[in-house]
Design a protein around this ligand. Structure first.
Ligand code: ADE
Length: 244
């Protein structure tokens, strides 16, 4: 997988991505991360890339041309030609925006099938709609709140996609059994040594060695946790199973 990130804060994206599991995966060549600094494509001598909003309104907007030139640079680095005038989009471009589709595990699975992805991070009050229409294929929000820019959202999406790429997680099991890969239920609580801490005991069943009982208990806990913490997901799960 190759990620190209169009951003005005390349260091922020780089340093976060190079830390931890994604950092190791990029060291092993499983994922390549590259950033393009949109500011390098300013169309004026001040180096600015933003402008006032037509029709009035607070704040500044990112202009079309610097974003478009950064996009063309990303395409060149991916070995793609200029996009044809017919409006074809040779690579999926994910624009991070609170007005996008809310990101869920299913979307991560879909994006993990791509060989390359371009992420577009906005700042100020957003980006001129015309360049979005021209280059973007997917608009994604990471939740119903507003961040100061798209970088943290891009990192969240890149991380969720990265861990689905074979070899990125060392224990292949963990992508399979955890929350959101359990038929719509959240993961059960887990415990490690010691078996008593601050007077709190590990549930007895987990020390029993009885695998059938353990499985039963875990399924029960998955249902309980989902019902208590995410009633919306629980309702979806029950509907899916034909229980209302
Ligand atoms: N940019 C600002 N807020 C965002 C959000 N919630 N999701 C994605 N991109 C954003």
């Amino acid at each position: 997988m190759k990620y190209e990130v169009l951003t005005i804060f390349p260091d922020m994206v780089d340093s976060a991505f190079r830390t931890g599991v994604t950092g190791r995966a990029s060291g092993e060549g499983l994922i390549e991360l590259d950033t393009v600094n949109i500011r390098d494509y300013s169309t004026n001598s001040y180096g600015s890339i933003d402008g006032y909003t037509y029709g009035g309104g607070a704040g500044m907007l990112m202009q079309c041309e610097p974003v478009y030139q950064a996009y063309l640079e990303a395409l060149r680095r991916l070995g793609k030609g200029e996009p044809a005038d017919s409006g074809t989009k040779p690579v999926r471009v994910v624009y991070l925006t609170p007005t996008g589709e809310v990101f869920r595990q299913k979307k991560a699975e879909e994006l993990a099938n791509e060989k390359e992805l371009i992420f577009l991070c906005g700042h100020y009050e957003g980006i001129d709609e015309r360049v979005i229409d021209e280059i973007v294929t997917d608009r994604i929000s990471i939740g119903d709140y507003v961040l100061t820019g798209g970088e943290i959202a891009a990192l969240a999406v890149m991380d969720a996609v990265a861990r689905l790429i074979p070899g990125v997680l060392k224990n292949e099991d963990s992508a399979e059994t955890e929350s959101f890969n359990t038929g719509g239920l959240l993961e059960y609580p887990q415990y490690t040594r010691p078996d008593e801490w601050h007077g709190r005991k590990v549930p007895e069943v987990l020390l029993s060695g009885d695998h059938a009982r353990v499985d039963n208990y875990r399924m029960h806990e998955m249902r309980r946790v989902t019902r208590e913490h995410r009633p919306d997901l629980y309702e979806e799960y029950m509907k899916h199973r034909g229980i209302n």
